[in-house]
Each structure stands twice: as structure tokens, then as C-alpha cells.
Write a protein that binds this ligand. Sequence first.
Ligand code: CAO
Length: 510
Amino acid sequence: MTKTGKKKIGNKKAVGRNIGTRKAGMKNAAAKNIAARKATQNAAKSRKVVKPSTGTKPAAKNSTAAKAARPRVPPPTTRPFGQAGKALDGVRILDFTHVQSGPTCTQLLAWFGADVIKVERPGVGDITRGQLRDVPNADSLYFTMLNHNKRSITIDSKHPRGKEILDRLVRHCDVLVENFAPGALDRMGLTWKHIHKLNPRMIVASVKGFGPGPYEDCKVYENVAQCAGGSASTTGFRDGPPLVTGAQIGDSGTGIHLALGIVCALYQRNRSGRGQKVLAAMQDGVLNLCRVKLRDQQRLKHGPLSEYSQYGEGVPFGDAVPRAGNDSGGGQPGWILKCKGWESDPDAYIYFITQAPVWESICDLIGRPEWKTDPDYATPRARLPRLRRIFDTIEEWTKTRTKFEVMDICNRVDIPVGPILSMKEIAEEQSLRATGTIVEIDHPTRGKYLSVGNPIKMSDSISDVVRSPLLGEHTSEILGKELGYSEMEIAEIRASGAITAPEKTKAAAA
Ligand code: CAO
């Protein structure tokens, strides 16, 4: 516990948690959440508008000139916190995405209030609906967790009437988002030229595996991108093979990049009136997230990378950035250390950073006060060749405490540490529930499940998580209400096979 009685996770950040005191953690976190919301509300109420200086004598109060000079800033909303509408209200997305990268992007936009219309192949839908299924005949978690807050319409994009509906949707929407294999959108007839002719304001946003170049025609999945973007070669241990990471930096990471590109294109459209193409290549997205390793690649020319533990171990560097195990990516050495129970619990570990400003506290904590003045240990530079010995010594101490005890003790004296939380622990973490980062969703065919809510919190655009749509759930609604087809026309379209599964697909799916 801290002096104020709040539990902390990570340096300085107060977040309720800890298996043993989970309920208290939840109460603290929930109370904190409510208090933060109230504080923001009050701040909004008392916010003063600073008038720009005109350089002339201020006009008399309440004069017509003074009123005209007042900047037109809407008053703070009187609606309940976060209910003043959503950031992307009014933006319509024609969502042609599938699998993970594209759906991550459109789900984010939907959380911010965009109307996302997901187009799916009749009878089949996004392939992930049926992949990694845990509940028979229900949409998989793979699908449901990536497609919240969207509507689903089924359209055969290669059927003449399907093409006609798509043309109407292009006219109706602001953004088309897709992550098909290269060339697939063009083969559907939805070339940039065709789209731009129908709707010059439309933004066409794509995820592809690679940008223009030798690999531009390749199909790409997550791990291919992690390897081609430089992540795998720099992940893992020096004496082992390259490793991919569990964080989906290729798929979800690129989806997030694309979402930013779309919002920027919408902003630019306000000035230019035109749509534009937005491309996020997975290789580029991964590399962007690995930029510190390209930094290190260039530093190599000027000498060994002294913060990598191989430096202290006397292992020479080659001509490319090596895998650095659990070395800290920044200038403060860190490592993963065993905690009490590590023999049976694969996650009884903690990340421990020997941050220079708190070195003396670390020495006291681990019973090595003499290291505070010993010239071999007293300075960061002196410690670099001795990191292995230092971490082994710290580990002797961490092994006597649980990871949560280590965290509590270290945070009291500002030592940055992080427990290795299992997915089970995260799923049970009440403070994440209180902030809406972990949410429980009810689904008509699969029942209740946990999902990750919007990790980006905005005070005026709260993201409620709405269950993912069933395949084609909104087909009639979109055709009728959005696109203006009459009931008779919808019946004709249905009979044409443009929005329904061909008989053989139905039979195969059954
Ligand atoms: N009606 C009719 N046809 C449809 C349709 C619809 N509503 N929706 C899709 N299709 C068709 C496409 O037109 C395409 O047909 P053609 O090949 O005849 O043009 C076909 O379905 C398959 O599209 P695809 O090639 O994109 O799909 P795939 O399963 O073969 O490949 C993937 C999947 C992900 C490798 C590929 O889409 C890709 O490389 N995408 C770009 C990179 C990316 O986003 N990767 C991340 C995926 S998440 O891990």
C-alpha cells in the first residue's frame, strides 16, 4: 500500500488490483473512476474562455461590438458525462474488412461513433465467424471480439445487383475500408477511378501486407509481418531462434495505424473537399513499432550497445541488432526475475528496472547497502558490466516474495517494476472492468463473454461496447432505411441471389 492507502501497479500509477485484495482494488478503482469523471465535469463547467487579444482598447461590456467579438465557443454540455454525442457521429464507413487487421480499425472507428456497415459474403461472412470456434454454431470469439458496434449486410459483390447496391453504398458513405489481398477490390469493379467518380469525397483506406515494391502482391498474415517488419529478428534470446510476439502488432497494430490515417483524411477533407487513398502496409506498421531497433542498428556503427546484457557478458556484437532477451529497451537496465512460487506458477515473475535515480533504495531493499558507495556498483556506467550479477542478487530477494508483494514494496520507494500478469489474472482484474477496458458482453447465440473495450478514453465520447452483428442482421434495414429501396425492390433483390447464400453454400455451411 502507498502512504495514501492506494494500491499501485507500475511506477506512480495508482490502479486497484492484487488477487488477495481484489474487492478493495475494485472499490478503489471504481471510486477513482467516478471521482475522475466528476472532476472533469466540474472542470468543464468552470472552464473559462480566453478571449484573443485585439491589441485595441476593449469594447465596453455588453456592447454590440463586444458581443460580436466574443469567440463562438459552445457552452459546456449540460448532458450527463460522456453523453454529448460521439466524436465520429455522422461518419459512415463502408466496411469491407475481414480477419483481424481491418476489423480492428473499423471497430475503433465504430467505438468513436462512426456508423460502420460491414459488407459480408452471403452465407459465409467474415471467415473468422467460423474460425477457432468454442461454441458450436455460434460466431467465434475471434469474430465477436473484433466486430463490436457494427452492422452487417450481406452482398455478393460479384453479382450485378450486388454491384448496384455497392455503388449506392459508395455514394452513401464517407470511407471505404478494406484489407483484401492486393487487386481483389479492383476485381470487384471497385477501382479508385470508379469510386472517385461515384463519390469524390470518399476516402478509400486499405491494409496491405507490403507497400509498393517487390512484395506488393503478396498475401500477408500477422507473423509474416512481424518477421518482415524487423520484430522477429530482434525478439527472443541471443542463443535461440527469432521469436514472434503475442501482441498482434502486424494485424491490430496496422489496423490502429490505418484508423489514424482515416481520421486525418477526414480532417483534410474538411479543407480540400476531396477524398483520398490511405494505405497502411503491415511491414511498415511493424517497423514503425520497432523503430528503437533501427535506432540501435545505427548506433552499432559507433560501438557496442552497452545497455544490452551481452555487452556486460563480453559477447561481441555482429553487424545487425541482436536479440536482447528481456533487456530493457531504454537506457535503464531491466530484466524479468523469479518471484515466490515460480517453481509451479509459470507467471510468478516480475519485470524489475534498476532505474538509476532509485539505485540506493534498491541496494537497501535487497540488503546490499554497501553497493551504494562501492565504485563497482555506485554509478550506472560501473554497473553495466555487472548486470548479470546485480539481477541475480535482486532475484534472490524477489524469490522470497510474491510478484504482488514485490510490486507493493517497490512502488512504495518508487522503483519501477511490473508483475507478469497472466490472461487469467487480467480477465479477473476488477480495475480493468471498472474503466471499461475489460467488458462483459451478452450475445444471442453464444451467451456472455469477455472482450476488450476501447483502450482510448475520451471525456466527451464514451465508448459503449455493443455486441457484434449476426451475419446479415441489418441487410433489410440498410437497404430500406439507408439506401431507399422499397419493400418490393428488396424482395426482388433477395430473389436475385445478390444478398442471399447460393444453395450450395448454404448446404456446405449446414
Ligand atoms: N462477395 C463476393 N466475393 C467476395 C466478397 C463478397 N462479399 N468478399 C470477398 N470476396 C472475394 C474477393 O473478391 C476475393 O476474390 P478474388 O480473389 O476472386 O478477387 C476473395 O473473396 C478472397 O479475398 P482475399 O484474397 O482477400 O482472401 P484470402 O482469404 O485468400 O486471403 C488474406 C486473406 C488476409 C491473406 C488477404 O486478404 C490479404 O493478404 N490481405 C491484406 C493483408 C491483411 O490484411 N492481412 C491481415 C489479415 S489478418 O491476419
